[in-house]
Write a protein that binds this ligand. Sequence first.
Ligand code: GSH
Length: 226
Amino acid sequence: MAKVPVLIEFFYDIISPYSYLAFEVLQRYKNVWRIDLRMKPMLLAGVMKNSGNSPPAVVPNKGVYMAQDLKRLQTYFQVPLTLPDNLMDIIMKKGSSLNAQRFLTAVNIQKPEYVESISRAFWLRLYKEHTDITEVQSCKEAGEAAGLDQETLEKCLKTINDPQVKERLKKCTEEALNYGAFGAPMIVAHIKGKPEVFFGSDRFELLAYVLGEQWLGPVPHASSKL
Ligand code: GSH
């Protein structure tokens, strides 16, 4: 009997570089493993506040470690990720990813099939091109870069501050908190009705284990050619 795909919820925020790494790995594996991947944009600042946590980079040594770690990880994961010089200013700016996360939520309501490409467009802006992700204009440009049609793009931009969008983003953030979130990314695999919760982009070996699948490294297609 064919294996039923396991529902995997991916809770993330564009501001989080580790979410970017985990996102690309899951996108690569969604057709390798039997999984049903659902994108769940949430607000990391809300998760931090409500779990009593604070961004790792506010501890100076953690910030230095993260910068070095991410430098290694971008080649290991083969994801174009370099930290902008002003990352701390962006992180500490109140509501820095709010517009982006609301925009992704609006897209998730209108055209969920575009959430993946628009998320990537935001990450490329922030971590490759080092361009803005905080302004509404940046949402427009990310939508255009991902090829979202003008009509849906305008609708999503217009509804960015609608109660329905705000509520949905709040609900996603609360869902993550209810699973015990304290940071990003959070990956929740629903195995036989039980949620298995993982924090970070460094738990794929364990995720593969609970899924009963094989971990082929961060670039599965490359390793399958070996
Ligand atoms: N070890 C994790 C990984 O490799 O992915 C670290 C992930 C991480 O540091 N995420 C940040 C966070 O939410 C956001 S980019 N950290 C909260 C914490 O470390 O308590």
